[in-house]
Design a protein around this ligand. Structure first.
Ligand code: CA
Length: 394
């Protein structure tokens, strides 16, 4: 996920690598990469061991080129990522890992709820890692398609991780683009920031929860997390407030915001100290937030404000906080994962082949949703919200 937003300079690699156009060229490409891999610290023995007989997975090139079919609305995104199921599970895990999380907070200065919220959004608390063998997918991305230069760096990093013995080769699986483990770090991020917290000599983000939680906290600390500070909070804007020119990066003193009439949503005054930017992810009529530099640290995990807001909100919910006070500006709110599974079950009942009920609305589910929307006289958008769920329940 993360890699989609990085380094545009690598598009330049495209023209110089047109020779590697087909799967048949993969072996030649891997031979070609041996010298740069060696220069990047991968021994010939390790390179041979992990690339011998490797076949390309051209499916990852399709993923690289595939643009999402439509933009997900913020209320759909948030409804799926911060639902009651995830809040409940996160609270149970906070209790279960209390001791480790306290040690992590003591060493890195990042509180337990924030660390667990990242864990929940990144990998559903370690339940969804992705299943692409990293060496294969990163090797393929190093030899075909756009951005080969970027992926070569990650490919070599994945080989160095194996060479160092942190993770067993068969366990090094992840997203198609190479993010892996509880924290979904890219291999180069792993090398910079992963931590051996359980003291077994390995930095293991696949099978050690302690290493994963500590690595997340280390990431946030290095991204500028300020201990004891909030990420921000929801605010109420005065009527007619002009949000033009405001945003996450436009930090102003809390006193300035107070002078312009902003209050917290419970009506209380803003803190006297500190500075924050004003974020209105659904425009001025939706929820509004003042966000501090700690929000920027969350943002840097994936370079998306919606993503940062999901972590921030989940962390508040884990601390016992309430859902946002201001409703999203829509008459058709998004679905939780439980509701997405219910939609899928209802589509199955109506005879649509949507595969397994997993709460992920993929191409098959979208096609079935469109068919049902057409039958119901709704706009055939392929998007499922509360309106469709209610209609299908009847
Ligand atoms: Ca370890």
């Amino acid at each position: 996920m993360r890699t989609l937003l990085l380094a545009p300079t690598l598009a330049l690699a495209l023209s110089t690598n047109v020779w590697a156009q087909s799967a048949g060229d993969f072996g030649a490409c891997l031979s070609e990469l041996r010298a740069p891999a060696r220069a990047a610290g991968v021994s010939d023995a390790a390179y041979a061991r992990h690339t011998q007989g490797l076949a390309p997975d051209m499916g990852v090139i399709e993923k690289l080129d595939n643009q999402p079919e439509f933009r997900t609305a913020i209320w759909d995104y948030m409804a799926g990522l911060v639902d009651e199921e995830r809040v409940e599970q996160g609270r149970a895990l906070l209790d279960q890992h209390r001791e480790t999380l306290n040690q992590v907070a003591a060493r890195f200065g990042v509180d337990a709820a924030t660390v667990v919220a990242v864990w929940g959004v990144e990998s559903n608390f370690g339940q969804s890692f992705g299943s692409y063998p990293l060496v294969q997918s990163l090797g393929t991305l190093s030899c075909f398609g756009r951005r080969q230069g970027y992926f070569r760096g990650e490919f070599f990093a994945s080989l160095r991780i194996l060479q160092a013995g942190h993770i067993a080769p068969e366990r090094l699986v992840g997203s198609w683009a190479g993010a892996f483990g509880h924290t979904q770090f890219m291999p180069s991020t792993f090398e910079r920031l992963a931590v051996d917290f359980d003291g077994d000599g390995k930095r293991d983000l696949m099978d050690s929860t302690a290493d994963a939680l500590a690595s997340t906290a280390n990431f946030l600390q290095k991204a500028g997390w300020q201990t004891g500070q909030v990420w921000g909070f929801e605010v109420k804007l005065p009527a007619g407030f002009n949000t033009g020119g405001e945003g996450r990066r436009t930090k102003r003193a809390m006193a300035d915001w107070a002078a312009r009439g902003l209050k917290r949503v419970d009506g209380s005054a803003l803190p006297a100290q500190g500075s924050a930017g004003l974020m209105t992810p659904a425009g001025p009529s939706g929820p509004a937030f003042l966000v501090t530099r700690n929000f920027d640290a969350l943002y840097s995990y994936n370079a998306a404000e919606s993503y940062g807001l999901a972590i921030a909100h989940l962390s508040d919910r884990l601390r016992g906080g309430a859902p946002f006070a201001t409703p999203w500006p829509t008459d058709d709110l998004g679905l939780s994962r439980a509701e997405r599974r219910e939609i899928q079950s209802l589509l199955l009942l109506r005879g649509h082949d949507i595969g397994t009920v997993d709460g992920m609305l993929g191409d098959k589910s979208r096609a079935a949703i469109r068919a049902e929307q057409t039958r119901l006289g709704h706009e055939a958008s392929g998007r499922a919200g509360q309106k469709l769920l209610k209609a299908l329940r009847n």
